[in-house]
Design a binder for this molecule. Sequence first.
Ligand SMILES: *Cc1c(COP(=O)(O)O)cnc(C)c1O
Length: 456
Amino acid sequence: MKSLYSNIPNMNEILSKLSMDDIDPKWQKKLADQYLQTLRESIASGDVKDVNADEVIQSIRNFIEATLAPGLKRIINGTGVIIHTNLGRSSISKRLLDEAADVLAHYSNLEYSLEKGARGSRYAPVVERLKLLTGAEDAIVVNNNAAAVMLTLNTFASGGSVIVSRGELVEIGGAFRIPEVMKLSGCQLIEVGTTNKTHPFDYTQAIDEETRMMMKVHTSNYRIQGFTASVETDVLSEIAKANALILYEDLGSGTFEAIEGFQEKTIQEAAAHCDLLSFSGDKLLGGPQCGIIVGKQKLIAQIKANQLLRALRVDKFTLSILDRLMTAYFKNEALRTEAIPTHRYLKLSKDTIEAKVDAFLNQYQEPLNNIQLHVAKASMDSEVGAGSMPLALLPSCGLIIQSDHSIEKCFQAMRRLDQPLIGRIEKDSIVLDFRMIEEDDFTGVFNALKAGCYHA
Ligand SMILES: *Cc1c(COP(=O)(O)O)cnc(C)c1O
């Protein structure tokens, strides 16, 4: 065992042979030390029975590279879920990013009024277009919609109560629960109605001197079907007015455009009936993670005066992309769709997706057969995701792949690649929905299948 330790090269030799000049020597040494520590432990425990100096140096090089590699990777989304929260929700088009990058790589008028030559508002750059798009009097942007909900409740209802229908006490993925957020915002939740039915009188009967606000929450990720009743915001708006209360709607995933074939209320429709409205930037809007609050100018001014905003305020990276996105929304449909990948994916017809699958098979059917993968084209359904339109299924096309090897292992191996491929597992097969797989992903898809399934 002693000789095993003596085979380990000394630090000077390691550092000179690593030839990783671009890495600070201080870190080369620290990480090499860390690697050697583990190696010595493995020798002591008998797990390592052979030590070769050159191999040790190569392993240290691999260890340093793996440790210092960026952790966020581009992945190929073969899941068929368009707005996949675990996969970063909406992707941003290169064009918008390039435009924003030019601003971000330099100084900007983030909080500087170019007109007055003095301190300006962080929100000013996007507010006018948000007002045009939503029809609201004013707008403000924060970190995400959860922050928007919290800030709104805290500003207007802290120390008081807020009325919400029992049918709308939602939990969104990642444990965002309306009742919990209420508590954190310092307000008391008054639940009214039942899970399946809430009527106008449920709201009116619950109003008392503690009531500050009536809140409507979009039931993003589920639908209550069958014998149901809920009160729409136009009716709630009358009740709120008659009782001098604020009506706030959390729309979750907001969209400016009616989406063909789906009954999703647009942001403009929602904004027309309530005093305040909030929605996410990275769901159907197709932009960066943020939460947008629009509504009455007087109320937005009060939100701006809340100290909590300082902790929830949006950063310049987000704002610069949102800024470009807002402009894209005024372009003609073709340009708009091109600028917003989420919308492009939403609108893809099954035929177009099938053509992508055919193009892929044309190129790779034979190579796939050569590595013993059985691949079949199949119809399937994509989902919108992120709690948007939970029941909507979008006709799509993709591949069903069977391998002689364990599918579970294939999946695991495909996740560990430099450019991982994520699909679904169904009945011992890999299912790849081609809706979000682009032509420039084809090589990546093949390489992932080969690396993942051939050696598995
Ligand atoms: C998604 C969602 C949220 C949370 O929005 P984030 O932008 O993810 O913070 C809040 N409310 C509803 C109804 C939602 O659908």
